[in-house]
Ligand binder design. Structure first.
Ligand code: ATP
Length: 372
């Protein structure tokens, strides 16, 4: 298995529009630490990137930090200020920690979710979430060795059941959420998944609920159409409820999984649990022109600022970003980060408390930096 198939990331070929000048070696990264442990883990990912920059030939990163999230709402009344959005759109890539706090809500009581606003406003339609086991001891499943669980969930990010999130109840007696899918929205995310599968083990699984929901019959019909464009990729169609079972029973059977927004949200937490928890689950939000990289976990206010959050999901998200930037040196950098994580995780004592270890957030990062 080559590097790309192992890391399961993106590579520049997944960008439809090579808007980045790949001759450049200077990348401007917008950094949004956000709230809670977002701040803790972003600090560590930046330390890794700075250490890596010194080891790569001729690559320069400029990091510009921007305020977002619950803290920014309390300060300015807007959790995603227009200036931040513009800076994200203008940057080569965005690194995001986590946003939102249960205690900080809109006047109507809803929790704020600026990370979803960001996906929608920048049209970051594809949400790849690599799930990889780095050591057999870290899985609640018995008998799996490092690398034997290795798949990517591609979550549709801009439509689906989440498209109802800003709607209000039509009456006192009824609540309704609409699952909206468009042909264009389905085509682009399914094509993204097939292109990713071509760089991995060439197997693409559609997860839907086509036995019940007409929207899912539509989704499946588009999957079947697009599949014909990729005769080198084998396909499978699985109902979402069965997938929850199969991911626990035979996670090794999957390579790339493409699914609707809400299904992807739920299955990616389950999948994170197979490889050590949310602290091991990186993610990207990819559009035609912009991309945001962030851990799949939230702000975990219970452990924020205590120095015990697991930064690995954030560090691996930074590796995804480097891979996506697509410069020869950044792709090498992505591989070095993943190799370093692999090396550190070979010793089962090298774990943070969420994985029954004793290392601090900065302690495990120090080991990863040393292994670079
Ligand atoms: P969201 O809805 O924004 O995803 P959430 O409330 O569902 O957030 P998280 O904030 O991701 O959930 O975390 C749930 C719990 O998992 C946390 O309270 C924390 O104990 C644990 N957790 C999550 N991420 C990490 C991490 N990186 N390191 C250690 N523990 C974590």
């Amino acid at each position: 298995m080559d590097f790309l198939s192992s890391i399961g990331y993106l590579s520049s070929a997944n960008r439809k529009d090579c808007f980045l000048n790949l001759m450049t070696n200077h990348f401007k990264i917008a950094v949004l630490p956000g709230d809670g442990i977002g701040v803790d883990v972003t600090r560590e990912a930046l330390r890794v990137l700075v250490a890596l920059e010194a080891k790569l030939t001729d690559v320069k990163f400029t990091f510009q930090e921007h305020a977002v999230g619950a803290a920014e709402y309390l300060r300015s009344g807007d959790p995603l200020p227009a200036a931040t959005l513009e800076a994200c759109a203008a940057a080569d890539a965005v690194l995001l920690g986590a946003m939102g706090l249960p205690s900080v809500r809109w006047p109507n009581g809803k929790e704020m979710t600026p990370q979803i606003d960001l996906r929608e406003k920048l049209d970051l339609y594809a949400g790849p979430r690599p799930i990889k086991l780095y050591h057999g001891d870290d899985s609640p499943l018995k008998g799996y060795q490092a690398g034997e669980i290795d798949f990517v969930i591609v979550r549709e990010n801009t439509e689906g059941l989440f498209s109802s999130r800003l709607s209000t109840h039509p009456s006192e007696d009824e609540a309704r959420d609409v699952l909206r899918l468009t042909r264009q929205g389905c085509e682009r995310v399914i094509r993204f998944a097939f292109e990713l599968a071509q760089k991995r083990r060439r197997h693409c699984t559609l997860v839907d609920k086509a036995n019940v929901l007409p929207s899912m019959v539509f989704f499946r019909s588009i999957f079947d159409e697009i599949a014909k464009e990729f005769p080198d990729v084998t396909t499978e169609r699985v109902y979402v409820d069965a997938m929850a079972l199969f991911l626990v029973r035979k996670p090794q059977a999957y390579d790339v999984i493409v699914t609707e927004n809400m299904f992807g949200d739920i299955l990616s937490d389950l999948a994170g649990g197979l490889v050590g928890g949310m602290g091991m689950a990186p993610s990207g939000d990819i559009g035609e022109k912009c991309a945001v990289f962030q851990p799949s976990h939230g702000t975990a206010p219970d452990i924020a600022g205590k120095g015990i959050a697991n930064p690995v999901a954030m560090i691996l998200s930074a590796a995804m970003m480097l891979d996506w930037l697509g410069h020869e040196q950044t792709v090498i950098g992505a591989r070095r980060i993943e190799d370093a994580v692999q090396q550190v995780f070979a010793d089962p004592l090298n774990r943070t408390p969420d994985m029954n270890g004793k290392l601090t957030t900065s302690g495990i990062t120090d080991l990863i930096i040393a292994a670079l």
